[in-house]
Write a protein that binds this ligand. Structure first.
Ligand code: BTN
Length: 327
């Protein structure tokens, strides 16, 4: 459990209870005076939490601020590493950029940077990731695994599987994985992942896992010309608004669990889940790498995350980067 101070514990107690929590109970459980409880409630209200005072009963949390907050995300978060520190920003150019800089300056493993909006969200291959305010999740996680730079692409398996699990847990939708790191619903892209690394010849200093998920974005609010591929959001596909706090907490929890498995057992188990979910083995694909294009049948992915494609002449091509479409 993260130590998010008295404010965090108050939010945690509101969340775990089933309604009104008395001032006396808060004071006893937190080990502070009733006056101190009142001051913290006042501070939380000033930060945008709507807390009702129920006469002679106590307090009830009616709603959290619209922006994701460190308190909402970290209070009671039962993770080992991911979320050890959470920074929530109203707007930034790119959470990957902020997390990278923080990591260069020594940020602890598991540091998470989240922004409500990004003015220059980065996608794969130098593309732009559309990042309007108030609707989606833009998140970057700093990890410091003791691995060789070549093995760092294995971490992609982690974020892809974590996002897929979070979608399944928070909605009734069935996400599909598209190599290398797209998540689709009904054939349309709903999430994208961008890992960036700082390494020396022999070892990784840190990796930033960048995760963008379209949660409550109405696709009609985006000009079609801005979309490269068919894109969607969870609300469009599932018809229900997704609770951004609950989704983000689930994602961080899944990522933490998968990272723990990765550190203990290597990439095998996570890659196996990736493969099972991607349902790509045996499918015919067209691979585009700039000017070069070829088709073949997918044999699987190797332990470094490269796609293995069997060409018509029987040779197996190891695809490290490019765009892949099912044919
Ligand atoms: C892709 O092109 O599919 C990858 C998109 C990755 C977007 C996320 S949003 C959070 C993080 N910050 C960024 O600037 N990019 C990633």
């Amino acid at each position: 459990m993260k130590d998010s101070g008295v404010d965090g514990r108050i939010i945690e107690l509101f969340r775990s209870g089933d309604g009104v929590v008395s001032g006396a109970a808060l004071s006893r459980l937190l080990g502070v005076s009733r006056t101190a409880v009142w001051k913290h409630v006042k501070g939380l209200r000033a930060a945008g939490y709507l807390i009702e005072a129920v006469p002679s009963k106590g307090y009830r949390l009616l709603s959290s601020p619209k922006l994701l907050t460190q308190l909402d995300l970290s209070s009671g978060l039962a993770t080992r590493r991911v979320g050890s520190r959470i920074v929530c920003l109203k707007e930034t150019e790119s959470t990957n950029q902020v997390a990278f800089k923080m990591a260069e300056e020594g940020a602890v493993e598991g540091t998470v940077v989240i922004a409500d909006a990004q003015s220059a969200g980065k996608g794969r291959l130098g593309r732009v990731w559309l990042s309007p305010a108030g609707v989606n999740l833009y998140c970057s996680v700093v990890l410091r695994p003791a691995i060789a730079p070549m093995a760092a692409c294995q971490l992609t398996f982690l974020s892809v599987v974590a996002v897929a699990r979070a979608i399944e847990s928070c909605t009734s939708l069935k996400p599909q994985i598209k190599w290398p790191n797209d998540i689709l619903i009904n054939g349309k892209k709903v999430a994208g992942l961008l890992n960036e690394m700082n390494a020396e010849t022999e070892k990784v200093n840190f990796v930033v896992l960048g995760i963008g998920v379209n949660l409550n974005l109405r696709m009609s609010s985006i000009a079609e010309s801005l979309l490269r591929h068919p894109a969607t959001s969870l609300i469009e596909e599932g018809g229900e608004e997704v609770d951004r706090v609950a989704f983000t907490r689930r994602l961080l929890t899944e990522l933490d669990e998968l990272y723990d498995v990765f550190l203990q057992e290597g990439e095998g188990p996570v890659r196996a889940e990736w493969l099972e979910r991607s349902a790509i083995r045996g499918r015919s694909v067209k691979v585009s790498q700039g000017e070069r294009e070829f088709t073949g049948e997918v044999q699987g992915v190797d332990s470094f995350g490269a796609l293995l494609v069997k060409l018509i002449d029987g040779t197996v091509e190891t695809v490290l980067s490019g765009d892949v479409a099912l044919v």
